[in-house]
Design a protein around this ligand. Sequence first.
Ligand SMILES: *[C@@H]1O[C@H](CO)[C@@H](O)[C@H](O)[C@H]1NC(C)=O
Ligand SMILES: *[C@@H]1O[C@H](CO)[C@@H](O)[C@H](O)[C@H]1NC(C)=O
Ligand SMILES: *[C@@H]1O[C@H](CO)[C@@H](O)[C@H](O)[C@H]1NC(C)=O
Ligand SMILES: *[C@@H]1O[C@H](CO)[C@@H](O)[C@H](O)[C@H]1NC(C)=O
Length: 293
Amino acid sequence: MLRWRLAGGMSIQLAAAIFCMLPLFTSSTGDIRHHGTSRARGWRAGVQPAADVTANNTVSNITAQLGGTAYLHCLVGHLSERGQVSWIRKRDWHILSSGKFTYTNDERFQVLHGEGSEDWTLQIKFVQKRDNGTYECQVSTRTGIVSHYVRLQIVVPEAFILGSGEHHVDLGSVIHLICIVEKSPTPPQYVFWYHNDRMINYDATRGGITVETEPGARTQSRLTVRGATLKDSGNYTCSASNTEPASIHVFVSEGSNKMAAILRRNTSAIHGITSSGTCLLLLTSVLLHFGLR
Ligand SMILES: *[C@@H]1O[C@H](CO)[C@@H](O)[C@H](O)[C@H]1NC(C)=O
Ligand SMILES: *[C@@H]1O[C@H](CO)[C@@H](O)[C@H](O)[C@H]1NC(C)=O
Ligand SMILES: *[C@@H]1O[C@H](CO)[C@@H](O)[C@H](O)[C@H]1NC(C)=O
Ligand SMILES: *[C@@H]1O[C@H](CO)[C@@H](O)[C@H](O)[C@H]1NC(C)=O
């Protein structure tokens, strides 16, 4: 009898330990954030593969965001006096530019070349989906024609909320939602959260709401609503400046989570388990207990 009770008590402790370790196991989102910001730094600095057009038929890939500006670099060293640099769109063999002159009515295209510079950049503003494709930087010299190709890929930013379309939380607990905006080399200017039709980023009447947004190539916005009440149920929408909105349905109910109910019933057993330090101690004691048997 005593043994049984001991074992029972231990299983509750183990459950508690696992439950409070959960945040540690789900911390992989931290990696995403880190990855996102480092990638964003790369984009902002304009680090793009650019080839020196001395080797023939080189290819580089670049990505541009729908509505943004694309820079297609072409480095030409020692261009002789009669040499000429042209940009050609492979889709329709349209000669977009020759030297510093553009041969297109589309004013979004422009060649950027500073005096004495080796860079002949084709700039495309307000990038559209149909700009997707390959562009050729053709350099004609006395010895022949040498080409560098740039594959331009247009990406369309997307937003989604982690988890399935439904999110269940217990009365009084915390609603925690994470919205990801990806395929967005230029981070969105803002991410707004809505509860049904109401914008809640700066909601002071409800209180207990925080929004943290980490901009990057993969922007992450975290919504936290503390002390969930039945009124907090409903449709939550994440709306970023450069994407379609994403929604999730939140259900606040009593005792939807059996584990949480067990934990509440045994609050004395797990009293004060809030820090992961205590959790670790608890887990260690559980492991030791089993290990010594
Ligand atoms: C460019 O992208 C293609 C596929 O889209 C890939 O095969 C190639 O290796 C890439 N080139 C570079 C230089 O990244
Ligand atoms: C570069 O390659 C093209 C075909 O891909 C060829 O026609 C051209 O002569 C080459 N240029 C040089 C300088 O080798
Ligand atoms: C752009 O072209 C690539 C292949 O060249 C394709 O995989 C991609 O889906 C295209 N993107 C858009 C937005 O059309
Ligand atoms: C949630 O609200 C948004 C904006 O009001 C709406 O576009 C979306 O369809 C709603 N989603 C659900 C599941 O009701």
